[in-house]
Design a binder for this molecule. Structure first.
Ligand SMILES: Nc1ncnc2c1ncn2[C@@H]1O[C@H](COP(=O)(O)OP(=O)(O)O)[C@@H](O)[C@H]1O
Ligand SMILES: [Mg+2]
Length: 238
C-alpha cells in the first residue's frame, strides 16, 4: 500500500529446507514479506517453527533454498560474498536473544565496534554511541564491561549497538527472551520509541504476546508460511 511509504525489505517465496537423515526438513515453504520504512513488525510462532531461520535469511546471514530478497533496491542474493558483508554492515542491524557482547570491552566500545569495523570516523561514532546509551538510560554505565552489567543492561547495549550505524532495517530475534517481565516491558517501549524517532523498521521474532501485540503489524509463522491474521491484505504478497 502506497500510504505505508517506501519499502525497505521485500521477501518473495522464501523457502528453507534442511537436509537430515530422516529426510528433508522443510522449515519455510514460501514466505512473503514487505517491510516499510519505520514499520514495527512482529512475527510470532511456536518454538522450532523457523523464526530464527527466517531472521537469518532476511538478514542475509544464511541463504534460502529458493526465493528472492531485496533490501532497498538491492537484490541481495545476487551480491558476491565480499560485497554482501559490507552491505549487511551498512543496511542491517541485529539483536539476538543472547547479546554476544565482547567481554573485554566497555559498553561504549561494544556499541562503537560495528562502526569502527566499517571504518567510520571515530569522534562522530563515539558521540552517536554515547547519545544512544544515554537515551536507553545507561549514562552511568558507559565504561562498564558486560560482566559488570545486568542482563537487561547488556540487552540494551546490544540494542544500541544494532542501531549505531543507523540501519533502515533492524532484525531482532527474541530480544526480550531472557529478561524478566518489567525489563522486557521496558525493552518493548524502547523499541517502539526508537522505531518512531529514527524511522527505522524493526522485524521482531518473538513468542512474547505482549511484545507482538505492540507492533504495527503482527504476523504468525505456522507450517512454513507467514500469515498476518489482522491484516486486510493477508501476507501482503507483493
Ligand atoms: N542448521 C540446521 N540444520 C538442520 N536443522 C536446523 C538447522 N537450524 C534449524 N534447524 C531446524 O529447523 C527448525 C526451526 O528452527 P529455528 O528457526 O531455530 O526455530 P525457532 O527460532 O522458531 O525456534 C527446528 O526444527 C530446527 O531443529
Ligand atoms: Mg529461535
Amino acid at each position: 500500500m502506497s500510504d505505508r511509504g517506501e519499502v525497505v525489505l521485500r521477501a518473495e517465496k522464501l523457502c528453507k529446507v534442511y537436509p537430515s537423515q530422516g529426510g528433508d526438513l522443510e522449515i519455510l515453504r514460501g514466505v512473503d514479506l514487505l517491510v516499510h520504512r519505520g514499520e514495527l513488525i512482529s512475527i510470532m510462532g511456536a518454538s522450532g517453527v523457523g523464526k530464527s531461520t527466517l531472521l537469518n535469511l532476511l538478514g542475509t546471514l544464511d541463504q534460502p533454498t529458493a526465493g528472492r530478497l531485496w533490501i532497498h533496491d538491492t537484490d541481495v542474493l545476487a551480491l558476491p560474498a565480499d560485497r554482501l558483508a559490507e552491505f549487511r554492515n551498512r543496511h542491517l542491524g541485529f539483536v539476538f536473544q543472547v547479546h554476544h557482547l565482547l567481554p573485554e570491552f566497555s559498553a561504549l566500545e561494544n556499541v562503537m565496534m560495528p562502526a569502527l569495523i566499517g571504518r567510520r570516523r571515530g569522534t562522530e561514532v563515539e558521540r552517536r554511541a554515547t547519545d544512544l546509551l544515554v537515551r536507553v538510560g545507561l549514562e552511568d554505565r558507559l565504561h562498564h564491561r558486560p560482566g559488570e552489567l545486568s542482563g537487561g543492561e547488556c540487552q540494551r547495549v546490544a540494542m544500541v549497538r544494532a542501531l549505531v550505524l543507523q540501519p533502515q532495517v533492524v532484525l531482532a530475534d527474541e530480544p526480550s527472551g531472557n529478561l524478566d517481565e518489567d525489563t522486557s516491558a521496558r525493552m518493548h517501549a524502547l523499541i517502539r520509541s526508537l522505531a518512531r524517532d529514527f524511522d527505522q523498521a524493526f522485524v521482531i521474532m518473538t513468542h512474547d504476546r505482549a511484545l507482538a501485540e505492540s507492533a504495527d503489524r503482527m504476523g504468525r509463522l505456522e507450517a512454513g508460511r507467514l500469515h498476518f491474521p489482522t491484516d486486510s491484505r493477508p501476507g501482503e504478497s507483493p
